[in-house]
Design a protein around this ligand. Structure first.
Ligand SMILES: Cc1cc2nc3c(=O)[nH]c(=O)nc-3n(C[C@H](O)[C@H](O)[C@H](O)COP(=O)(O)OP(=O)(O)OC[C@H]3O[C@@H](n4cnc5c(N)ncnc54)[C@H](O)[C@@H]3O)c2cc1C
Length: 494
């Protein structure tokens, strides 16, 4: 038996932020991480590291990273005011996001970034992925001008270094299996340390051990038939253990339990994410493509928004297609603006000098139907509207279903390229119901469970149906800080 003030289950971004915040309260903290050191860090370690937070101007950004004065002046940094952030979150979640949780997320997002910096995290502008030169001036689009230096691996490493420095204990290869609960309050965690049962006791427990995205049985149960076939973009360790453990003692489920973040992903990607090639399966340039299914047909408006606002739901659309397959087809006009992953080695790509030749190479696709789709699409493009990938250019189609609302280009310039994709799941939206001020978990009768807190992917009620890019990490930091701070304070108050 081991005694602590606070136990944090998990060692991703939310868990590390919770542990550091509990430590700031003077608590003795242990983190239980199911993975070995090599595989530790959860989905946070797979993340690209872009972060969506509220900012009014470049002056706010300077609180997070160094930006030389001339760069600050010569760049259009856009803005993501609190109102814009709220509007995006409400719009993409079809106005279902919990108002109190989203209020906490949005209003505390900038201070969360400043706090991360104070914990040793380094940030840089997202010049490569989120900006372009427009009329001679660099302009950001998509409201995410900052990312972690070194991406998700960088974030986890910075925070781990600080946690170790601050005396937080980390027990690797330690899988939490059940809460120790006396019927009234949570007293600790039953775990398996390298296969051997060990009880960890504490005055407060923070569960920050992810959703159930890696568990094919739960995916099928909650997301629906077919979801067992999705590829997992990140860690293999998020099996829904934390959710199960909490539900077993009567915690209240909350949010969009059939919802998930899922994207277009390399068709032949491995079953789980690969830490050595974390980005090569991304296929986020689809707004510049035609997405074609096995019947040779388009099935979504590829250009309805910047990818930041559609990518998290379009994976689900790909999963619904025959064979869970879609080809993204581009012509030479947009080749130079595709994201760098399209040029990696581990991609399923075919190229051709004519559309007929390409049609024959699109494995699994009806070639005649594909050629008919392209002919009709090409004839429908409003070529009188200029193309500009850095803004929603309004260059659309007329008279076809589904339409393409922006960035519509006739496919007419060889060589043509096509990329085979399937659905890759990122994380699940269903979670637990918490008090947004403390991160403490409610039971099914909406009484708070003494000693139990949660953060990160396990918080239900924020995301429904869709998700604005860059929000997962910020949510983990905001609610990790809230839960860890409250758990630390409660444990020290006794
Ligand atoms: C490929 C990819 C790219 C992404 N890019 C971005 C991005 O650029 N920006 C962004 O904001 N978000 C991004 N995300 C989403 C983001 O990574 C997640 O929203 C976020 O990392 C979730 O943090 P978390 O701490 O809740 O969970 P995780 O980071 O997944 O941590 C969960 C932890 O719990 C551990 N665990 C699980 N079960 C147990 C158990 N029983 N006992 C002990 N430990 C356990 C896991 O090992 C892990 O350490 C991306 C995700 C992926 C997969």
């Amino acid at each position: 038996m081991q005694q602590f003030d606070v136990i944090v289950v998990g060692k991703g971004n939310a868990a590390l932020c919770a542990a550091l915040s509990a430590r700031e309260q003077g608590a003795r903290v242990v983190m239980l991480e199911a993975a070995s050191v090599d595989e530790s860090g959860g989905n946070s370690r797979f993340a690209g590291g872009v972060m969506r937070f509220a900012y009014d101007s470049v002056e706010n950004l300077k609180l997070i990273t160094e930006i030389p004065d001339d760069e600050a002046k010569d760049t259009d940094w856009d803005s993501n005011t609190k109102d814009q952030f709220f509007d995006d979150l409400f719009r993409v979640t079809s106005y279902r996001t919990d108002p109190e949780l989203s209020e906490a997320l949005v209003t505390k997002s900038l201070e969360a970034m400043v706090w991360l910096r104070s914990q040793g995290v380094r940030f840089v502008p997202t010049y490569r992925a989120q900006s372009a030169i427009v009329s001679g001036k660099r302009k950001f689009f998509g409201r995410m001008p900052i990312e972690v230096s070194g991406g998700g691996p960088g974030l986890v490493q910075y925070l781990t270094d600080t946690a170790v420095k601050k005396g937080i204990e980390i027990s690797y290869e330690t899988r939490a299996v059940a809460l120790i609960y006396d019927g009234e309050r949570v007293l600790g965690v039953k775990a398996k340390v390298r296969g051997k049962p060990v009880d960890f006791h504490a005055r407060a427990v923070v569960l920050a051990c992810g959703g159930f995205e890696a568990n094919p049985e739960w995916r099928t149960r909650y997301l629906g038939p077919g979801w067992e076939l999705a590829k997992v973009r990140g860690t293999r360790f998020n099996m829904g253990d934390g959710l199960r453990m909490a539900l077993e003692i009567g915690a209240c489920p909350y949010g969009n339990w059939s919802g998930r973040h899922a994207v277009s992903w390399e068709r032949y990607a491995p079953e789980f994410g690969d830490l050595n090639l974390p980005h090569s399966s991304y296929r986020h340039s689809y707004p510049m493509s035609l997405m074609i299914n096995a019947d040779g047909k388009r099935f979504v408006d590829e250009g309805v928004e910047f990818y930041n606002y559609t990518y998290a739901k379009y994976g689900g659309e790909v999963l619904k297609q025959p064979g869970q397959l879609a080809w993204q087809v581009f012509d030479a006009k947009v080749k130079d603006i595709l994201r760098p992953e399209y040029h990696d080695k581990a991609v399923t790509r075919v190229t051709a000098n004519t559309l007929e030749e390409l049609a024959a190479k699109l494995e699994g696709v009806n070639p005649e139907a594909f050629l008919k789709t392209v002919r009709e699409f090409n004839a429908a493009v409003r070529t009188d509207i200029p193309f500009n990938h850095a803004i929603k250019d309004g260059r659309c189609t007329v008279g076809i279903e589904p339409p393409k609302s922006n960035w519509a280009n006739p496919l007419d310039t060889p060589p043509f390229e096509a990329y085979a994709t399937t659905c890759g799941i990122t994380f699940t939206f269903g979670g637990l119901r918490i008090d947004p001020r403390t991160g403490q978990v409610f039971d099914v009768h909406l009484n708070l469970i003494p000693g139990l807190y949660t953060a990160g992917e396990m918080v239900g009620g924020i995301f429904y149906f869709n998700y604005p890019a860059g929000t997962g990490l910020v949510s983990g930091t905001v609610f990790g800080r809230i839960a860890g701070g409250a758990a630390g304070a409660a444990a020290r108050a006794k």
